[in-house]
Design a protein around this ligand. Structure first.
Ligand code: SF4
Ligand code: SF4
Length: 80
């Protein structure tokens, strides 16, 4: 899964681009639900949130590293 850092300026763009509805407003900034983020595997060749973020504040989540296979399995589970 990916992670939104404190650099987020709450521009409201990325929630609309996520194919898994994984991004929502948190206490101060937007946050990514690790149970819904597939890093866009199954939908796109690259993470759509990273591609659209104007301040480049979305990074791999070091606590939730997943293989391509695990991410694809999550995609299948979310969209079955
Ligand atoms: Fe959503 Fe894809 Fe970003 Fe994960 S990488 S939060 S699935 S847009
Ligand atoms: Fe925050 Fe980037 Fe998403 Fe905008 S696109 S809400 S700056 S994470």
């Amino acid at each position: 899964a990916l992670l939104i850092t404190q650099e987020c300026i709450n521009c409201d763009i990325c929630p609309m681009e996520c194919p898994n509805q994984a991004i929502s407003m948190g206490a101060d900034i937007y946050q990514i639900d690790v149970n819904r983020c597939t890093e866009c595997v199954g939908h796109y060749d690259e993470p759509q949130c990273v591609a659209c973020c104007p301040v480049d504040c979305i990074e791999p989540d070091p606590i939730h590293k997943e293989t391509q296979e695990q991410l694809y399995d999550k995609f299948l589970a979310l969209h079955s």
